[in-house]
Design a protein around this ligand. Structure first.
Ligand code: GDP
Ligand code: CA
Length: 320
């Protein structure tokens, strides 16, 4: 029988929703027990700089410097560069804060020296005094593309930020998996994990890209997996998750998040505010757990992390 502080956890995450639970897990687990595996499908190049929005949100959140108001970028940010870009009538649709820009400059420099994104992220985490292992889902560039109903195909940030996720989506296009490979670091984290947590991140554009990396789905399938719903009473707390469900012809609901993960999950955590109790459509004996999943304050992040870990521990001990 393991105890809760002996669990090794790998958490799959996107940006805002993912980062909140990652912080909770970091707060309640002993050091060294948590690895965050983060979506890089949103990454893009802007002014020649490599920008990794989800990795940055997770790293800034763990470093305690995230801008909680926006959900992205650094708190107490200044915007001199952006102001000047506007004056120059240069592209300013993607808001780059001055401090944030420094990170993109340094990451781009380290990548240009030939370093892998995994090691660059490790170096940046060290400088930000983040001790949690934060891994990009892979080292290759792996852009998620959005095909719109009007026929255009946009990079994720062009759709999400540039067009404020207003156009209707026809299809989400993930990169050809055969062009991607799992890093040794991700493979090791998954192999060593007792528990996989799928954070309350967007299932389509944050979690699916991670599971698309060859080997990841297979490796996590052999573990106990707990997923937390990002959809509460048919709505997303932030971002396009619910809108994406609707446009892909699926009603946005916690039960459809569960149906989407299907056979993968062993335990599913959803919100107290759901009007109805979920029913299980999968053949597997999934354990459902209803609790507060809205994480504004630190104690809410920590409490949800404890709920997720207790459920995971129970399932782990039953199966080992
Ligand atoms: P993004 O990459 O910044 O869009 O972030 P994620 O994919 O990690 O998270 C987006 C999802 O997080 C949205 O569907 C939100 O509904 C969900 N979300 C944000 N905050 C919370 C929260 O406090 N609790 C829950 N359950 N979901 C949240
Ligand atoms: Ca994202």
């Amino acid at each position: 029988m393991k105890k809760i502080d002996e669990l090794k956890v790998a958490a799959l995450a996107g940006g805002v929703g993912g980062a909140k639970l990652i912080v909770g897990l970091r707060n309640v687990l002993p050091e060294g027990q948590l690895t965050a595996i983060v979506n890089t499908g949103d990454d893009f190049e802007h002014f020649g700089l490599r920008i990794c929005p989800d990795l940055d949100t997770v790293c800034y959140s763990l470093a305690g410097v995230a801008d909680a108001l926006h959900g992205w970028g650094v708190k107490d940010e200044t915007w001199h560069v952006l102001d000047q870009l506007r004056q120059l009538e240069a592209p300013s649709w993607f808001a780059l804060g001055d401090r944030d820009l420094a990170l993109h400059l340094e990451r781009t420099r380290l990548l240009a020296e030939g370093n892998r994104l995994t090691l660059v992220t490790k170096a940046i985490c060290r400088k930000l005094e983040v001790s949690t292992a934060v891994l990009p889902m892979c080292d290759q560039v792996a852009p998620t593309l959005i095909r719109l109903k009007d026929g255009r195909v946009l990079g994720f940030q062009e759709y999400f930020v540039g067009e404020r996720f207003e156009p209707l989506i026809d299809e989400i296009i993930l990169p050809e998996a055969s062009n991607l490979s799992m890093t040794t670091e991700v493979a090791e984290a998954l192999r060593n994990a007792d528990l996989i947590v799928i954070c309350p991140s967007n299932p389509w554009v944050s979690i699916a890209p991670i599971l698309n990396v060859p080997g990841v789905r297979e490796q996590v399938s052999s573990k106990i997996i707990i997923a937390v719903s990002p959809i509460i009473n048919g709505a997303a707390l932030k971002g396009p998750a619910a809108k994406m469900f609707a446009e892909l012809g699926i009603e946005a609901s916690a039960s459809n998040v569960l149906a989407h993960y299907g056979e993968l999950v062993d335990g599913f955590v959803y919100d107290n505010q759901e009007d109805e109790n979920l029913t299980i459509t999968s053949s597997k004996g999934i354990i459902l757990f209803k609790t507060n999943t809205i994480m504004k304050e630190t104690h809410e992040k920590n409490n949800l992390a404890v709920d997720v870990l207790c459920l995971g521990l129970k399932l782990f001990n039953e199966n080992n």
